[in-house]
Write a protein that binds this ligand. Structure first.
Ligand code: PRX
Length: 676
């Protein structure tokens, strides 16, 4: 064990400093940010205490905990060894690795042995449990392998992996040695990989032989090889975690992880954490901007650790020893923050799931919840909507009484989805809002405090540290209650938010701080605050349509349409119209598509949909056409690809479709327009 492990069990600020109301927390954070964040900093271990809590001398670039030295991996792993070495850090479940798959690819079983075993096989899923002690060992082996292959502090490492434990080790191992990881979502193609390899100038890529999705084998290694071929800046090594699924032809650059792990394991390798100055980068996460090239959102180290640990207490009300399940992919911000880092920082058990919500059957989520006594759930509404379409008894047959709250984010939570969950779970269903850029919630409900109870239909109110306001886009003046405007946040952004765009400070300013008031961060989302101070998100500024001079959020129309009892989900896009500028077009997926096979029924539903929109938003928002596809094109994280739908509706090419998860939906959209 590392001799640097101090007797630093995960602590919360002392009871006397635990505030009783959220208003107290919020006001303290805004009125006296330095004192507030100095107090929160006590939640983590500092190798060297910060000299200055906030340096705001060069806004909008803010520096938190200047001069402080810490290590993210140490705080996630080592720090828990004295108190919770035998507690599970991760429970990994894969419904992709089932008996059928093992029969087809028997080498999978041996591959687990080579990777440390601790595996339980069931007919329809596979499980691995990993205590904090196991995690400590595995992360040290992984870090040792990285170091033995030349990875040092500051080097960039691309992680292109599915939802497997080795991906978590890889992230934590990078953090341990001060390397900057950049996880690339497994659904991205070779071209996207090459762009990121070039921008990050990655020294290494970590990947697997293959990923699995709905029983389909995806050749990750092949995609990485193609990415390396296309990249201008070639990584020195490709580290391959062989899962025993697809055999591959090793290339010169390739390193086999299992055999390297064996060397580190035999040597009982322990890698001392590299202490980073708080503002040194922990990771890059690329996200799309308005131009074609993705932005490398850069996260700091100390602020990130403090922000996530604090959020686990004040926002999620998660306690050490409890189980947290963020159903997301590590390729997205939610996966980074709430599948990997935050639960570990807080000494919780994190569930990591490789699989779909409805496979082997739509009860899988609830079965996992029951078997692992999950306390807090977090996902995007899209997964829930998928389950909502299925037989309800899939949920009621499992004991889900361990769950105390269910958080949703990433897209609007429509009322019927929220109601469906409420009906079955009987716990607070909490919408909350944030972005890749923020890394943790900007707006949320706070079940821990009852001075501002959760309000249905709203993602809540600004979280501590966020001086968030709805402002007039043109003048920057604050909007009155009920008035729609841009959601903006006054600099400095709190700890944990992006510190810049990787090697592109100008792009950071241009993308986020180019409003009239250059100290206001633009979220690019429209919002409105109601009389009680609750915020409501009205959609991206870039998804807004303009009908005859009236700005309408396509999301507002979608909300109205979603109230139709037969609606599973819908997307509204604006298409060009000579007379009115743009017109809204609705693509509606019904719970039962058969409903629209008769003209009579179709007409009835169309009229009802129009009626619902007109009733809620007025005639101006009336959809010019309503189509009934059987599916909507989406990214794997569940974002509806409205731009693609709009292009199809206008008879144009869809453009870059690398993030598309369900190609059949493209044909479904085309077909629905033919049916009309
Ligand atoms: O438009 C907002 C929408 O998702 C965007 C951020 O997406 P991403 O960077 O992928 O980060 C997701 C992290 C949860 C926002 O600009 N969005 C996020 N949460 C909500 C939301 N829209 C409506 N309601 C939400 N709760």
């Amino acid at each position: 064990m590392s001799d640097t492990i101090k007797n630093q069990a995960a602590t919360q600020p002392s009871q006397t400093t635990q505030p009783s109301s959220f208003a107290d927390i919020y006001n303290a954070s805004i009125n006296n940010p330095e004192q507030f964040w100095a107090e929160q900093a006590k939640r983590i271990y500092w190798h060297k205490e910060p000299e200055q809590i906030l340096d705001d001398s060069n806004l909008p670039f803010a520096k938190w905990y200047v001069g402080g030295e810490t290590n993210l991996c140490y705080n996630c792993v080592d720090r828990h060894i004295p108190d919770r070495a035998e507690q599970d850090a991760f429970v990994w479940l894969s419904s992709e690795i089932n008996q059928e798959l093992i029969q087809t690819f028997p080498a999978v079983v041996d591959a687990f042995k080579d990777l440390g075993n601790n595996v339980e096989f069931y007919t329809d899923y596979t499980k691995r449990r990993l205590t904090y002690n196991d995690l400590y060992k595995e992360v040290n082996y992984f870090a040792d392998v990285l170091q033995r292959h030349g990875i040092e502090k500051g080097d960039r490492v691309i992680i292109y992996m599915p939802m497997i434990l080795e991906a978590a080790y890889a992230m934590l191992a990078c953090a341990r040695i001060g390397a900057v990881h950049s996880v690339v979502f497994g659904g991205f193609a070779a071209h996207n990989l090459a762009i990121r390899m070039d921008d990050a100038e990655a020294k290494m890529v970590i990947t697997v032989d293959s990923g699995l999705r709905g029983g389909k084998v995806i050749n990750y290694k092949n995609l990485v090889d193609k990415g390396v071929e296309q990249a201008n800046v070639k990584p020195e090594h490709v580290l391959v975690v062989n899962r025993g699924i697809l055999p591959y032809e090793p290339k010169d650059k390739d390193i086999d992880y299992a055999s390297q792990r064996r060397i580190s394991c035999d040597a009982n390798a322990v890698v001392e954490p590299v202490w980073l100055e708080s503002n040194e980068p922990s990771y890059l996460l690329y996200t799309s901007g308005t131009t074609g090239t993705p932005k490398g959102v850069q996260r700091d180290t100390g602020g990130h650790a403090v922000a996530l640990t604090t959020s686990m207490d004040y926002i999620y009300d998660g306690k050490a020893g409890e189980t947290f399940w963020a159903i997301s992919d590590i390729g997205w911000a939610v996966g980074h923050s709430y599948t990997i880092y935050a639960p570990l920082l807080a000494g919780m058990t994190s569930v990591m799931y490789e699989g779909l919500p409805h496979r082997p059957n739509p009860g899988i989520w609830w079965r996992i919840v029951e078997a692992n006594k999950v306390n807090i759930l977090f996902t995007a509404p899209t997964g829930v909507r998928m389950l909502k379409k299925q037989d309800e008894t899939w949920m009621t047959r499992y004991d889900v009484s361990s769950v105390k709250s269910f958080f949703l984010a990433g897209e609007p939570l429509d009322e019927s989805t929220a109601n469906w969950l409420t009906k079955h779970l009987n716990v607070p269903i909490l919408d909350h809002y944030w972005q890749t850029e923020s890394g943790w919630p900007i707006l949320s409900n706070t079940p821990k405090f009852n001075d501002k109870p959760h309000k249905k239909g709203s993602p809540g109110f600004p979280m501590y540290g966020y001086d968030a306001q709805v402002i007039h886009e043109d003048t920057g003046e604050p909007c009155a209650a009920g008035e729609k405007g841009l959601l903006a946040i006054r600099a400095p952004l709190p700890p944990g938010c992006l510190t810049t765009v990787w090697r592109n400070d100008k792009r950071f300013i241009d993308s986020y701080f180019s409003l009239t008031d250059s100290n206001q961060y633009s979220t690019s989302d429209y919002a409105v605050v109601d009389e009680d101070g609750y915020f409501h998100i009205l959609g991206r500024t870039d998804d807004v349509i303009n009908v005859a001079g009236h700005r309408i959020g396509t999301q507002e129309i979608e909300e109205a349409i979603s109230t139709h009892p037969e609606m599973a989900e819908c997307a509204v896009v604006g298409i060009q119209d000579e007379l009115k500028g743009e017109l809204p077009i609705a693509f509606c997926v019904l719970k039962d598509h058969e409903q629209v096979t008769t003209t009579e029924n179709r007409f009835r539903i169309e009229q009802q949909v129009i009626g619902a929109v007109v009733k809620s938003l007025g005639g101006i928002a009336r959809p010019a056409a309503i189509y009934f596809p059987q599916a909507l094109p989406k990214t794997r994280s569940g974002k509806i690809l409205r731009r693609a739908i709009r292009a199809l509706a206008e008879g144009k090419e869809t453009g870059d479709m690398s993030t598309l998860d369900n190609p059949v939906a493209i044909d479904a959209i085309k077909q629905s327009m033919k049916d009309y």
